[in-house]
Design a protein around this ligand. Structure first.
Ligand SMILES: *Cc1c(COP(=O)(O)O)cnc(C)c1O
Length: 425
């Protein structure tokens, strides 16, 4: 084994440094396998309940009327995530699109959107109009209000209560930390926040940005009172197989609004061919629980290694997990770049290329991204990225299998070690 790692470029010192942590983490890994088992059963049960059959994988073209595979998959998602309905489509191009769709279809001019958990994900700034952008909610007369988290990361309940007015229509809660160094919220915490705001105003629509959160816990936000959950199929629920797509699941009325916005008033869910990708949506959902467990093992392994070397990590090595993202604060651009180069060098695809910082559409700062993925940009596959701004945090996520995740982290450590950025004892 050691020899093969050496052939891949991992020095013995780096390998044995990693081994001690794998040994220590045995019990935690067993817990993750239990959650995966629970969620695997949940997915199979939903597929059985809706009689998924070989005909579902045929796909349609053109208008896509009576697409059995598409309609059945949407029922499977609804059941699996405890919603009344779902919209799961290759025509939803990414997570940002799914979120924009959920917001723009459920808000009307004069309404106000509230973010009670601080600044939303970078790409949503342009959707909302925090950074002026063509077609933003602001251009359509939807106003925005934000309540920042308290120092330490808790919800500022008093300020949230003060921010809810008669204009407030929709509350957007981001489960995952995204490109921030705040904690990720558990489903239970999100549930408390939802009960709080609904007590003040029962008609509020509570939307959870569920990106990176699916299948991490046994419960999903719809079970804790959310009206809509929204995510990307090239993250957790696509299981690494879906080549494109996004989903919205939740209350029937919210989903209908989204469907009429995605296609057209009058058409809604009735059109939208599933083309040749529908089988990968099913099979990806089937794999998702174990893929998420592999990604979590990789994240926890990384947290323990980098924490031991004195880098601030969020979550820390022993904390419980609510998403698959691991933030490692590397303190310098050199270390951030070396870390990303290691992840890239461990990939099955494009291991020979070197990632460079670039101006990525939708982001305010330069971003460096490492990914050698089968699906371009897929972040359920082993990947690391981070904006080139202090504190130079790398956001590390994914890993379709644990052995690949482990190799990636060891390779990142190798690059830092080679550049003299860390000392190993
Ligand atoms: C990835 C992500 C998004 C945006 O998804 P894209 O597919 O990159 O457009 C939004 N919110 C969170 C929390 C995310 O992690």
């Amino acid at each position: 084994m050691k020899e093969l790692y050496q052939k891949l470029g991992i020095q013995e010192k780096v390998y044995s440094y990693g081994q001690q942590f794998e040994e220590k983490l045995k019990d935690r890994f067993a817990e993750l396998d239990k959650t995966a088992e629970y969620n695997q059963l949940k997915v199979i049960r939903a597929m059985q309940a809706h009689k998924v059959s070989a005909e579902c994988f045929m796909g349609t073209t053109g208008y896509g009327y009576n697409d059995l595979g598409r309609d059945t998959l949407e029922e499977v998602y609804a059941t699996c995530f405890h919603g009344e309905a779902a919209l799961v489509r290759p025509q939803i191009t990414c997570g940002t699109h799914a979120l924009a769709l959920a917001l723009m279809s459920n808000l009307r001019p004069g309404d106000e959107l509230l973010s009670p958990a601080g600044k939303p994900y970078d790409t949503l700034e342009e959707v909302i109009g925090i950074r002026p952008s063509k077609g933003s909610l602001a251009e359509y007369g939807v106003t925005y209000r934000q309540v920042d988290l308290l120092p330490g990361g808790a919800f500022d309940y008093e300020a949230i209560a003060g921010a809810i007015t008669e204009k407030t229509k929709l509350v957007a809660i981001q489960r995952s930390k995204g490109y921030q160094t705040r904690p990720t919220f558990s489903v239970a915490q999100i549930g408390e926040l939802i009960s709080f705001v609904k007590k003040i105003k029962p008609s509020l629509i509570c939307m959870v940005d569920n990106c990176y959160g699916e299948f991490v816990e046994q419960r999903e936000p719809l079970e804790a009172g959310a009206d809509m959950i929204v995510g990307s199929l090239i993250k957790n629920p696509g299981g690494g197989l879906a080549p494109i797509g996004g989903y919205i699941a939740g209350k029937k009325e919210c989903i209908e609004n989204a469907a009429y916005r995605l296609t057209s008033p009058g058409l809604g869910k009735e059109v939208g061919a599933s083309l040749g990708v529908i089988q990968s949506f099913y099979q990806g959902l089937f794999f998702a629980p174990t893929v998420v467990a592999a990604a979590l093992k990789s994240a926890i392994f990384a947290a323990n290694i980098y924490e031991s070397l004195g880098f601030p990590v969020i979550p820390d090595g022993s904390e419980s997990r609510h998403d698959i993202i691991q933030a490692v604060t590397l303190n310098s651009p050199e270390a951030l770049i070396a870390f990303c180069k290691g992840i890239q060098a461990a990939a099955p695809v494009d291991s020979h290329v070197t990632p460079e910082p670039w101006d990525m559409p939708g982001y305010g700062d330069k971003v460096i991204m490492a990914a050698g993925a089968f699906i371009q940009g897929s972040s359920i596959e082993l990947s690391a990225d981070g904006p080139l701004r202090p504190p130079y945090a790398a956001y590390f996520q994914g890993g379709l299998t644990w052995p690949h995740g482990k190799l990636g982290i060891l390779m990142s450590l190798q690059k830092l070690y080679e550049s003299g950025l860390v000392t190993l004892f």
